[in-house]
Design a protein around this ligand. Structure first.
Ligand code: PMV
Length: 320
């Protein structure tokens, strides 16, 4: 049997992170320049039911059965096999690679889960439709994140801009004008799970302080959806900056992220904000066009970003 491969893109959250965990709307887009890749090939010479996993980006080479039962990779195998009613996996070699920086808000864990789920189910002769892939990736996110909203796995699975409300059917986002984004990596590694759980603790102690902030983030996301749909870049940028201010109030930003946001604005961005779990990871800025984006990227690197990437979300017409 020839090798089977699949990949899934990175992603970035444009609006609504954190509040989305509390059922407010959020907007996310795929980042196609970076991706996770999975390959599986049968290993007929290996002892029965021996699966070797190689994932150089996390320094992992191991037999599947030697991984902790709660290791995300092992969980993915279990979930796929359960869905297909298969109790023994044929001997195989799996390789996972990724160009998505880890722990930086670009969705590396989701993309890896999606790519792996696709190759395993295809290898077993029953390629999962996207909905089933999304479900497996969501279950796996729960291990990484504790209380994920499901936005990461959804945008990564479907690889299209989405408007997302937890526990509601996903909606595509229509984009009236291309969004030229600069993604600046603060270089500060940050655990989304830790930030989400810290916020959850503060919220559970004083919901009256946090619920109105979540409401305001949700309102920004609703208005952003309209602005993006109408191709109103100036308004989209303003809303990004408003969202950043609310994330600062939620205390999930960091000095470095705030500095990078400020530097992007000084360099002419239409708006800028941290993106994802925060307290490190990435920030994003909306540029007028690609030339400006390249300038903003240079400014961000001069201001201390370890890396800046320009990505464009193209216009779209399709509604689901
Ligand atoms: O850190 P990221 O990019 O994986 O984003 C997490 C987004 C949160 O809203 C903070 C958590 C979630 O599950 O939605």
């Amino acid at each position: 049997m020839p090798a089977i491969s699949a990949s899934a893109p990175g992603k970035i959250i444009l609006f609504g992170e954190h509040a989305v965990v509390y059922n407010r709307p959020a907007i996310a887009v795929p980042v196609l320049q970076v991706s996770a890749h999975a390959t599986i090939v049968a290993d007929p010479l290996a002892p029965p039911h021996t699966v070797w996993i190689e994932a150089p980006m996390i320094g992992l080479t191991s037999r599947l059965e030697d991984l902790d039962p709660e290791h995300p990779i092992r969980v993915i195998f279990r979930l796929v096999m359960e869905k297909l009613n298969i109790s023994h996996f044929p001997s195989a070699k799996v390789k996972l690679t990724s160009t998505i920086p880890i722990a930086s808000g670009l969705g590396s864990s989701s993309a890896t889960s999606v790519a792996l789920t696709r190759v395993i189910s295809t290898f077993l002769g029953r390629p999962f439709p996207d909905e089933a892939v999304n479900q497996v990736a969501f279950e796996t996110e729960k291990i990484h994140h504790g209380h994920p909203s499901g936005i990461d796995n959804t945008v990564t699975t479907f690889a299209r801009p989405i408007y997302y409300v937890k526990d509601q059917p996903m909606r595509w986002l229509t984009v009236g004008e291309p969004l030229v984004l600069v993604i600046g990596d603060s270089g500060e590694a940050s655990s989304t799970a830790a930030v989400v759980s810290d916020l959850r603790q503060r919220w559970s102690q004083a919901p009256e302080a946090y619920e109105p902030l979540f409401d305001r983030v949700g309102e920004v996301a609703v208005r952003a959806r309209e602005a993006i749909d109408h191709g109103d870049l100036a308004e989209t940028g303003r809303l990004m900056s408003q969202n950043h201010a609310l994330l600062q109030e939620l205390d999930v930003s960091s000095n470095k992220l705030d500095q990078l946001v400020l530097a992007a604005m000084k360099a002419g961005a239409l708006g800028a904000k941290m993106s994802g779990g925060g307290r490190g990871g990435n920030m994003i800025a909306l540029a007028q066009n690609e030339n400006e984006a390249v300038e903003i990227a240079g400014t961000l690197e001069a201001a201390g970003a370890v890396h800046a990437l320009v990505t464009t979300v193209p216009t779209s017409g399709g509604k689901p």
